[in-house]
Design a protein around this ligand. Structure first.
Ligand code: ATP
Ligand code: MG
Length: 393
């Protein structure tokens, strides 16, 4: 029996929560074969004991099937996740936040805010310190969905205390404006607002800050990626082809902005009838899998259309918290576990790094003259307020 036989057999062992196997992930190391004796290391990205035990058992079974009699498996846990203070590389204007998750979509109205709310609550219910930033400056929906609309945050000097609900710290432009007010802002003002949300909000030492983005791939996304190292990007899409076209743009943006892609959430995927609990197919189902493959990522959840989700959003009573036994809540919880495992993996591999997307314009030179597109990296940042009208920022 050879090293190759061992690696081939261990391809049957998938990493919990993922569809990929431990060999493809590159976790299997130092394979030594001597007759019917084999020794190897599985160097994993999660420190959870149950993950270690499960992998050891499954790998042992596969090796026994090959005919090995003496099996030595050393499962090593990762170094503790790196504090993302980013003083070494890139830029982080909110260094006390360990991980940033960008929830994005190419199209509006596909369920980004609903996903952000439910994922944030699910991670908080799993014991993480979580914040939820509503970066949709023009259409802030998070306060209503989290049941804090009308509440005004406390100001401390020139900083602002986040609001709190369901164990999650929250900030939104909606909480800083009067109800029903509209904002007419230039792109450069949006960028300033995003920066202030990261720098001037008194976020605790969060494990994860979930950021609900406006639809599309514009100034807000670019500013966020340049200001903090985004650990994971999630694209929300509905199953119709027209939505998938737009979600490709969102996935492409993650790649251009050097954001590790955690996966796709296929929302409004099938309909669960409230009277008979039966699931039927309205917009299509499962259409996102080929798109995920195209971008070498996963579908981390399929969330059905369910009246309880919409009602939960409208009334500020999110389904993950208020109906924890529902099928949908379970799917959000599974997606949150999947996301946390992905974050562990990114950090074990050195963490996110946004140095490649920093503005390249030398001080004093107009970004307008570079001709760089806003969606391509390396990217630019306005250097001078006088450029506000020229259409380049
Ligand atoms: N799976 C679902 N089942 C039922 N209703 C849903 C589901 N997902 C979202 N909704 C509802 O659809 C509407 C749009 O969702 P949401 O506001 O989360 O989308 P969005 O992508 O954030 O929109 P925007 O681009 O305007 O920010 C909301 O009323 C929400 O409650
Ligand atoms: Mg939204």
């Amino acid at each position: 029996m050879t090293q190759e036989n061992v690696l081939e057999a261990l391809k049957n062992v998938t990493y919990p929560g993922f569809t990929k196997d431990i060999v493809t992930f590159g976790f299997v190391k130092d394979v030594l074969v001597n007759g019917t004796t084999v020794g190897l290391t599985i160097d994993i990205t999660s420190s959870a004991d149950e993950v270690k035990a499960q992998l050891r058992d499954e790998a042992t079974n596969e090796l026994k099937k090959l005919g090995f009699e003496q099996i030595q498996i050393n499962v090593t846990a990762p170094a503790a996740p790196k504090q993302m203070s980013n003083s070494v590389s890139g830029k982080n204007i909110a260094p006390h936040v360990k991980n940033f998750v960008m929830v994005s979509s190419g199209k509006g109205g596909v369920g980004k805010s609903t996903t952000s709310v439910n994922l944030a609550i699910a991670m908080a219910m799993q014991g993480k310190k979580v914040g939820l930033l509503d970066a949709d400056i023009y259409g802030p929906n998070i306060p209503r969905m989290m049941g804090v609309n009308g509440q005004k945050p406390e100001i401390q000097g020139n900083k602002v205390q986040p609001l709190k609900a369901y164990g999650v710290e929250i900030m939104s432009m909606g909480s800083l404006m009067e109800d029903g007010q509209s904002l007419i802002w230039r792109g450069s003002m949006i960028m300033k607002a995003i920066e202030q949300f990261l720098r001037d909000i008194l976020w605790s030492e969060l494990d994860v800050l979930v950021i609900d983005m406006p639809p599309g791939t514009g100034d807000a996304q670019l500013t966020l990626a340049q200001s903090v190292p985004v650990t994971a990007g999630i694209t929300v899409t509905t199953p119709q082809e027209v939505s998938l076209d737009d979600s490709r743009r969102s996935l492409d943006m993650f790649q251009k902005l050097h954001i590790p892609t955690a996966g796709i959430i296929e929302n409004m995927s099938g309909f669960i009838c409230p009277s008979c609990d039966e699931e039927s197919d309205i917009f299509g189902m499962g259409t996102t899998v080929p798109v995920a493959k195209e971008y070498d990522t996963e579908v981390i959840a399929r969330i059905p259309i369910e009246p309880a989700i919409r009602i939960g959003g409208d009334t500020g009573m999110p389904v993950t918290y208020h109906m924890p036994d529902s099928e949908t809540a379970k799917r959000y919880q599974a997606a949150a576990s999947n996301l946390l495992a992905f974050i562990d993996k990114v950090n074990a591999e050195g963490g996110a790094d946004n140095s490649a997307v920093q503005p390249t314009t030398p001080p004093g030179v107009s970004a307008c003259s570079t001709g760089a597109g806003a969606s391509s990296a390396p990217a630019k940042e306005p250097t001078n307020k006088n450029h506000e009208g020229c259409g380049c920022n």
